[in-house]
Design a protein around this ligand. Structure first.
Ligand code: COA
Length: 223
């Protein structure tokens, strides 16, 4: 058993720490956060430094996980720490249900009550949050966040860095582009282009490059 460094001591950091504790696979865990030295404690765990100090903790914590909600920041930080020599485990809460016939990348986290079903592939540095479900044969790229209670039906694909909001539902086979934000509670029935924010049921694009470029009325409704 070795020590684990959690980068980010906010709400998601706490969720990850709780998961780590429940898994029992790590001898100790510590946080890095840019608010250091205040607070120097999160629950029973110590905040030991700032994110830029990571290399000083490599020997005592050879493994790390980035617990930052922002997808782009999380990916950049994971890349930097990998270059420093940290290894990135895949963390699965003991109360999550994950098929043995799926792939989940390094640094990804599957939270309590989440389900990842046969044939699903999830990239590196992703978050499958509390109670979310990823259906059979879904393909999620790197740095994706599926927020609590969101549901992806079978064969959905999600591009790099996209965020599926809390309680959203994605119909089977739909392709969500890169850096897309799907609003809380939205229902997405058709493919979504890169870089847009889409909300509502059925989804409509409210901002993003694709809207500015195309302004196709059918893209604003019934997505
Ligand atoms: C999609 C989201 C990012 C948009 O935020 P925003 O860019 O600040 O957008 P605004 O709040 O200014 O809303 C713009 C319009 O979209 C509507 N809208 C925003 N989010 C919506 C949603 N989830 N469903 C339906 N309509 C929504 C607003 O009512 C508003 O409509 P109007 O112009 O007719 O008044 C945000 O509302 C959201 O849903 N975030 C997800 C939160 C989440 O999943 N948290 C989990 C954390 S783990």
């Amino acid at each position: 058993m070795v020590g684990l460094l959690i980068v980010g001591a906010g709400g998601h950091g706490k969720v990850v720490a709780d998961l780590v504790q429940a898994s029992g696979h790590w001898s100790h865990l510590s946080f890095l956060d840019d608010t250091y030295p205040k607070p120097d404690q999160v629950g029973p765990w110590q905040v030991v430094g700032r994110t830029g100090d990571s290399c000083f903790f490599l020997e005592r914590h050879p493994a790390a996980i980035i617990a930052i909600g922002n997808n782009q920041l999380r990916m950049e930080m994971q890349k930097r720490l990998e270059e420093e020599g940290f290894r990135f485990p895949t963390l699965v809460h003991p109360h999550a249900s994950v098929s043995s016939f799926c792939d989940i990348g390094a640094g990804s986290v599957v939270c309590t009550q989440a389900a990842v079903v046969i044939g699903a592939q999830i990239g590196v540095g992703s978050i499958i949050n509390t109670g979310a479900s990823v259906g059979h044969d879904c393909r999620l790229a790197d740095g994706v966040h599926v927020a609590p209670g969101a549901r992806l039906a079978g064969g959905v694909s999600v591009g790099e860095g996209s965020w599926i909001g809390i309680g959203a539902t994605i119909r089977e086979g739909v392709a969500i582009g890169r850096r897309v934000v799907v609003g809380a509670g939205s229902t997405i029935l058709q493919d979504v282009p890169d870089g847009v924010t889409i909300v509502g049921s059925p989804g409509r694009i409210i901002h993003g490059e694709a809207l500015e470029r195309t302004l196709i009325p059918s893209m604003r409704t019934n997505l």
